[in-house]
Write a protein that binds this ligand. Structure first.
Ligand code: PMP
Length: 378
């Protein structure tokens, strides 16, 4: 079989090839039942098997404790920027939401939550030029005593910043739950659930097709939705109905289930499952950052401690930067089978997303191309 190109898209992003092949095999008839998964009733016995298995595998993969509900929803992370405050802001009666702005996505979360809650930005990560290169230290966060929850984005996809440790709010004297947008690094590393009240994220990076949104919520946070919260978006109602309050994104759940199975089966350097996946992600990111730090032509602008393993924006150094040289780079990348390396439109430059489905060989091929490009243009 012909090798597929390496796809560095930030999302929707590459999926494991073995998963895509299974999907193709099942397309017309899942396990010989005569129906494709898109054609099944979400309440039928076939789909129930698929959804139950996906949920069990995800719980095992991420070691989600029993007192958390796993919800398969829709809307994407942006819709949940509104749905979370509709469900949680009134808990405790203050209607207050504290948001840590560490990059472009948490800035959006703060703006959206403002429609539903009294929002305070308790830390602002942007520097004087409006760039995000460091995550404000938790000890500097100006948390309000009566806030209903604290929102963070644990991996900023556009700016390339990752929280390598989740904040311990209790140690900061704050007893509100932590809400985490983990869209772009969920399932790439282990998660400390003892620090989390609710985590949410779109599936289209590490999990499966766009359209499926994961919400993992601690039991005691349910039951506080505002009176105007749409019923289908009420986390308590969705949890009670085991994600079947209305028709869930069935095909997305099925593909995600195959991805969870694939992740559980991963082996790497003597490790298995999520630990193997995490170690491979550490090694992949190190390869690219080492090449950037040694480069006469390219640079990463993110402080070392905050560098994301998943999304690595990089730029031509100031004295060499030009639109023409970026175009030359992208054209050469495309010719070498290195796809979707253009930076986000708001950030410019380049960006390599190294999600779980990106093999080490893809990162090695990118590093070879960087070196080749430096020799020619450096
Ligand atoms: N949060 C983060 C961290 C993201 O990476 C994205 C998508 N790139 C979003 C939110 C928005 O997700 P969606 O488009 O699924 O609403």
């Amino acid at each position: 079989t012909q090798q597929r190109p390496f796809n560095f898209s930030a999302g929707p992003a590459a999926l494991p090839e073995a998963v895509l092949q299974r999907v193709a095999e099942d397309m017309l008839s899942w396990r010989g039942c005569g129906m494709g998964v898109m054609e099944m009733s979400h309440r039928g016995k076939e789909f129930k098997l698929i959804a139950d298995q996906a949920q069990r595998d995800l719980r095992q993969l991420l070691a989600v404790p029993e007192h958390f509900h796993i919800l398969f929803m829709q809307g994407g992370a942006l819709a949940h920027n509104a749905i979370v405050p509709m469900n949680l802001a009134q808990r405790g009666g203050s209607g207050k939401v504290d948001v840590v702005v560490s990059g472009s996505w948490s800035a959006k979360s703060a703006a959206e939550a403002r429609k539903y809650a009294d929002v305070q930005v308790v830390a602002q990560g942007a520097d004087a030029q409006g760039r995000y290169t460091e995550i404000p230290s938790p000890s500097s966060w100006q948390l309000r005593r009566d806030t209903a929850y604290v929102h963070v984005c644990s991996n900023e996809t556009i700016d390339g910043l990752e929280m390598h440790e989740l904040p311990d709010l209790a140690a900061l004297g704050c007893h509100a739950p932590l809400v985490v947008d983990f869209s772009s690094h969920v399932a790439s590393r282990r998660i400390d659930w003892s620090r989390i009240g609710l985590a949410f994220g779109g599936a289209q990076k590490n999990i499966g097709p766009a359209g499926l949104t994961l919400v993992i919520v601690r039991e005691d946070l349910l039951g506080h939705a505002s009176a105007t919260c749409p019923s289908a978006l009420n986390y308590e109602a969705v949890a009670k109905a085991e994600s079947m309050f209305n028709t869930p994104p069935t095909f997305g759940i099925y593909v995600a289930g195959l991805v969870f199975e694939w992740l559980l089966a991963q082996q790497y350097r003597g490790l298995s499952g999520l630990a193997a996946v995490e170690q491979r992600n550490i090694d992949k990111a190190a390869l690219l950052y080492e090449a950037l730090d040694a480069s006469p032509l390219f640079e990463s602008r993110v402080a070392v401690a905050a560098r994301s393993r998943m999304n690595i924006p990089f730029f031509l150094k100031a004295q060499r930067a030009s639109d023409a040289l970026y175009e030359t780079f992208l054209t050469g990348a495309q010719e070498r089978g290195l796809l979707q390396l253009k930076g986000h439109k708001s950030a410019g430059g380049l960006r390599a997303s190294l999600y779980n489905a990106m093999p080490i060989e893809g990162v090695q091929a990118l590093v070879r191309y960087l070196k080749e490009f430096e020799l020619q243009y450096g």
